[in-house]
Every structure is written in structure tokens, then in C-alpha cells.
Design a protein around this ligand. Structure first.
Ligand SMILES: NC(=O)c1ccc[n+]([C@@H]2O[C@H](COP(=O)([O-])OP(=O)(O)OC[C@H]3O[C@@H](n4cnc5c(N)ncnc54)[C@H](OP(=O)(O)O)[C@@H]3O)[C@@H](O)[C@H]2O)c1
Length: 315
């Protein structure tokens, strides 16, 4: 599989394997087959979060690493912290919240390393912007984690450009990743660039994509196949979803590939170097998804898909 170079100069597969649903697989053999398929397809990047399966997904992955110690050398392992569910630690009265306090970040990383059974996490992301974020406090945690060697590099998830800038100003380490939702059905980040000064759309352009490109921050796309909604939408699905789906299947036939590969190739075609993070738990679908690496969509294919998904052409 072709690779991207992250800002820290690590080479990573253009497609990453997300581990949020790993816990849905019942046996260790099923989980092993999934990750083995990913490795065989050339995927060297594995995405976790401390909350996936309430920690179980990391525990299950740690168990796989124990059974297959040679895998670690071929993997970049990323996890996230900062989301706390209602009732977490302080009893039922605590609401769902984000927590970038020094104590929470440090405690989360201890848990992540223990569950994954590794000494160092390659990349730690802050999962969703904490509205009470104190950049200097985050910097203190990152310094401690960097200094002790527990985390090699840092990034964010679901941040916009200004939030990144605010945090980066306090940090000694470069933020190297921003993981956000992007797919044909959630393409505002990409499509907004065509609406500058047209009066179309109400949201002002966030410019986040270009901002990350300017800063050398890799955009990772979560839910890159829109959670599976485009494969066989029901008859009462919105028109744009049904029409996009039929074009995806048409292009899959024309490119002698499958629908997943077309959806992912649409993301890979963007010059920002977007890294889709797969969510499938099915080894065959994962293998088919990896075919996207060999699919080159033309400009016309790419804009046709955007047009169908948005339900209108560019201005
Ligand atoms: N940073 C964040 O806030 C955030 C949020 C959500 C997720 N993530 C990361 O992103 C990763 C991917 O997220 P996601 O799971 O939402 O992404 P996704 O890949 O868009 O959706 C996965 C879903 O689509 C289904 N699917 C995939 N291919 C299919 C096909 N060919 N036909 C029918 N169904 C198909 C899967 O079912 P099967 O398993 O049966 O194939 C699964 O239910 C996660 O694992 C996690 O690492 C990050």
C-alpha cells in the first residue's frame, strides 16, 4: 500500500484500521483474522480510543499483540483520551463531559498503555475539544508524557483550525494529526471551499482543511464509508443517498472494483492526503476496502460523486 509521511516523518499506510468495533468480534481468532488481514493488506496504522468498548477494544488488541509479538514492529498505534461518559468516577450525577485536565490525561495514558500492553504509545490524540481546555495545562501533561517516553507524538480529533492554533501555541511538541468525520455524506470540510463568497450555504467557511494542510497536520477521516449507509440504502432513504449509492456502484463496475473502494478512493483523491480510518469488522470487506489504494478517480468521477452526495452541482 502507498504511504503518507506524517509531520514526524513516520511513513504510514494511506488507509488506517480503526479498532472501535473490534470488541464486536466474539473470539480472539476472529479479531486476529481481522488485524492479520489489515497487516497483509499493507495497513500499518491502528486507531484506538480509551472509550472504545469502555477500554475493552484496547484490552483485546493488547491480547493480540501478546499472541503476535512481531506485529508491534509493523504498527503505528494511536489512541485518544478526553471523553468521559456520564457517571464516570464521580457517581451517577456526573454528566457526559470532556476532560483535558493534567490528571485525567496522565491517568488515561496509564490505562491505555496497560490495556494495550505496550511501553510507548506512538500517537495520543485529544478526542474532542474540551470547552474548559487550559492549553498550558495540556502542555504540562504532554511534556511529562514526552519526557517519560510514554507517548511519542501528539494530535487532536474533531478540532477546528483556531482550536488547534490555540493549543499549539502552548506546546513544545508539534500536533501532527487531526481526526475528523469525513465521507461523501459528510463532506462539508471539503465542499465548503467551492462556496467562498457565493452566498450559498449559511455556515461561514471554516477553512479547517486548508489550515491543517498549511500546518502539515494530517487529516484522518473517521466514518469514511458513512457508517455503511451508501451500500444498499432502503427505498425511503433520502434521494441524494440513493443517487450517490447508484453512482458508487456504477463506478465500482467501471473501475473493476467494489463500492467501499470507490468511497475511499474519493477521499484518497483529495490532494490534502486524507487518511481514511476503516471501521469494518469483516476481513473480506477490509480486504476490498484496501483496493482503494489502486483506484484513481478522474476529476469528473470525483466531482460527479460530490454533486450526487450534495444534491447540487458546484456554483
Ligand atoms: N475521532 C472520533 O471522534 C471517531 C468517531 C467515530 C469513529 N472513529 C474511528 O473511525 C473508525 C471508523 O468509524 P466507523 O466505524 O464509523 O466507520 P465506517 O467504516 O464508515 O463504518 C463502519 C460501518 O459500516 C459497515 N460497512 C463497512 N463496509 C461495508 C460494506 N461494504 N457493506 C455494508 N456495510 C459496511 C460496517 O459493518 P461491518 O463491520 O459489518 O463491515 C460498520 O457497521 C473507528 O473504528 C474509529 O477508529 C473516530
Amino acid at each position: 500500500m502507498k504511504t503518507y509521511q506524517l509531520k514526524n516523518e513516520t511513513r504510514v499506510s494511506r488507509i488506517a484500521c480503526g479498532c472501535m468495533n473490534l470488541g464486536q468480534l466474539e473470539t480472539v481468532e476472529d479479531r486476529e483474522r481481522l488485524i492479520d488481514t489489515a497487516l497483509s493488506a499493507g495497513i500499518n496504522f491502528y486507531d484506538h480510543a480509551d472509550i472504545y468498548g469502555a477500554g475493552y477494544c484496547e484490552t483485546a488488541f493488547g491480547e493480540l499483540l501478546k499472541r503476535n509479538p512481531a506485529w508491534r514492529d509493523h504498527m503505528v498505534i494511536q489512541s485518544k483520551c478526553g471523553i468521559r461518559f456520564a457517571g464516570d468516577t464521580y457517581g451517577d450525577s456526573a454528566p457526559s463531559r470532556y476532560d483535558f485536565s493534567y490528571e485525567h490525561i496522565m491517568r488515561s495514558v496509564e490505562g491505555i498503555l496497560e490495556r494495550l500492553q505496550i511501553e510507548q504509545l506512538d500517537i495520543l490524540l485529544l478526542h474532542r475539544p474540551d470547552l474548559l481546555m487550559e492549553p498550558d495545562e495540556v502542555a504540562r501533561a504532554f511534556d511529562a508524557l514526552s519526557g517519560s517516553g510514554k507517548v511519542a507524538d501528539f494530535g487532536v480529533s474533531n478540532f477546528d483550525g483556531h482550536q488547534i492554533e490555540l493549543l499549539q501555541r502552548s506546546l513544545d511538541q508539534d500536533l501532527i494529526v487531526n481526526q475528523v468525520e469525513v465521507s461523501l455524506l459528510h463532506a462539508e470540510l471539503i465542499a465548503e471551499g467551492a462556496r467562498v463568497n457565493t452566498g450559498q450555504g449559511f455556515a461561514p467557511a471554516s477553512g479547517m482543511l486548508d489550515d491543517c494542510r498549511l500546518k502539515g497536520i494530517t487529516i484522518q477521516a473517521w466514518s469514511p464509508v458513512a457508517g455503511g449507509r451508501l451500500f444498499s440504502p432502503p427505498a425511503d432513504a433520502p434521494q441524494n443517498v440513493r443517487e450517490t449509492s447508484s453512482l458508487v456502484h456504477e463506478l465500482a463496475e467501471r473501475h473493476a472494483t467494489n463500492a467501499s473502494a470507490i468511497l475511499l478512493a474519493w477521499l484518497l483523491r483529495h490532494p490534502a492526503g486524507i487518511q481514511p480510518v476503516l471501521g469494518t469488522t469483516n476481513p473480506e470487506r477490509l480486504r476490498q476496502s484496501a483496493e482503494a489504494d489502486g483506484v484513481e478517480l478522474s476529476r469528473e468521477d470525483w466531482y460527479s460523486l460530490l454533486e450526487r452526495a450534495q444534491g447540487r452541482s458546484v456554483p
